[in-house]
Design a protein around this ligand. Structure first.
Ligand code: PLP
Length: 385
């Protein structure tokens, strides 16, 4: 055992399932371990490494900002933060003109939930079965899987879960006390299940009719991952809030919630974050958004993803039940538990994620090269043969 593994095992909290590899360096879509062995990275920092590793534009933005100003609370104005707020407000659908910045996905969700209650004066939150929104108490209350929830009950009151992609079930629960409905456009942790256009548009319409706010959690689907800058573009959705995090700041911690007009004016002091809106994360996020646009990475994710999904569907494996996804967010549901297959992939130099017990999930950097993805498909074919 290396020193690193020994020290981590000895001193970590223990809450993480670990893989037997020490990652020390990354370049593009490749990660390297201590022995210099290369892996094609389809974990992508669990969706954080959209631009891959050591992207020169991100490295430069972070280094420059570190030399200029690292911290600056929101009690002061800051040039980088102002530029980022304006840039985020310009994201589709184009009418989410105010933004609250924080430092992680779960914090973006917390803020959205608090703003929904504040703005509507209602308390109910409706979320979906299989949905995942984070691990702090509010976000956890919106998360469905009891493995995450049960040890921490009682959770926040007022949350309900209904089956995803079933509009009639949603119609039965959204009422006068519903502050918001929160959904993923494609359920990520829950197994890579895309929401249908009719469903997502129907929920939006229902929220409008019944005075509830419609929150989209695009923490995993956002920023080019699914082949559009935001996944809501696939279905022409107009939510009242959009939560972002993961890949937004090129790998640095960040969270954001974009707010539409139906979210009322928020009173001074109603919410806040010490690190939120810091110039380091803002500079990294600005650089990330610029790279996504300049390198046309959403379009790249669309074409590479379509090719990848077609190749995976053509795999002639009796183990594969279904291939699902959009862009470079891909799930391969198999007929057995995925853990041993993930280990077999790693032994062959490919890192991939689970999504639930039976889905292999691929979240490669959007900059991954075509031949690297071909290698991933070949390796999957070997392992699933
Ligand atoms: C990862 C994720 C979160 C939680 O983000 P953290 O930064 O881990 O708190 C919330 N929602 C979705 C859809 C996610 O994929």
């Amino acid at each position: 055992m290396t020193d690193t593994i020994f020290l981590e095992n000895r001193h970590t909290s223990g809450v993480y399932a670990k893989r037997d590899v020490t990652i020390v360096r990354g370049q593009g879509a490749i990660l390297y371990d201590e022995q210099g062995r290369a892996y094609i990275d389809c974990v992508g920092g669990q969706g954080v490494a959209g631009l891959g590793h050591a992207h020169p534009a991100i490295v430069e933005a972070i280094a420059n900002q570190a030399r200029t100003l690292i911290s600056c609370p929101e009690m002061f104005y800051n040039d980088r933060r102002a530029a980022l707020l304006a840039r985020l407000a310009g994201l589709p659908p184009g009418n989410l003109s105010r933004v609250f910045l924080s430092n992680s996905g779960t914090e973006a969700i917390e803020s959205a939930l608090k703003f929904a209650r504040l703005s509507t004066g209602r308390t109910g939150i409706v979320a979906a079965m299989r949905g995942f929104h984070g691990r702090t108490f509010g976000a956890l209350s919106a998360t469905w899987d009891k493995k995450y929830r049960e040890p921490f009950e009682p959770l926040v009151p007022g949350f309900q879960h209904v089956p995803y992609n079933q509009l009639d079930k949603m119609e039965q629960v959204v009422g006068d006390d519903t502050a918001a409905v929160i959904l993923e456009v494609i359920q990520g942790e829950g197994g890579v299940h895309p929401g249908s256009r009719e469903y997502l548009q129907g929920v939006e319409e229902l929220c409008r009719q019944r005075g509830a706010l419609f929150i989209l959690d695009e923490i995993q689907t956002g920023l080019g991952r699914t082949g559009k800058m935001l996944a809501l573009e696939h279905h022409d959705l107009n939510p009242d809030m959009v939560c972002l995090a993961k890949s937004l700041a090129g790998g640095l911690p960040i969270g954001a919630v974009l707010l539409g007009d139906r979210v009322g004016e928020l009173p001074t002091g109603a919410h806040g974050s010490t690190f939120g809106g810091n110039p380091m994360a803002a500079a990294a996020a600005l650089a990330t958004l610029e790279v996504l646009e300049n390198e046309q990475l959403p379009a790249r994710a669309a074409s590479l993803g379509a090719r990848l999904i077609a190749q995976l569907e053509a795999l002639d494996s009796p183990l594969v039940r279904e291939v699902r996804g959009l862009g470079l967010m891909v799930g391969i549901e198999i007929k057995q538990k995925v853990a041993p297959y993930l280990s077999a992939l790693m032994e062959r130099g490919v890192l991939a994620l689970p999504a639930g017990l039976t889905v292999i999930r691929l979240l490669p950097p959007l900059v991954i090269r075509e031949e690297q993805l071909d290698r991933v498909v070949e390796t999957l074919a070997e392992v699933l043969a």
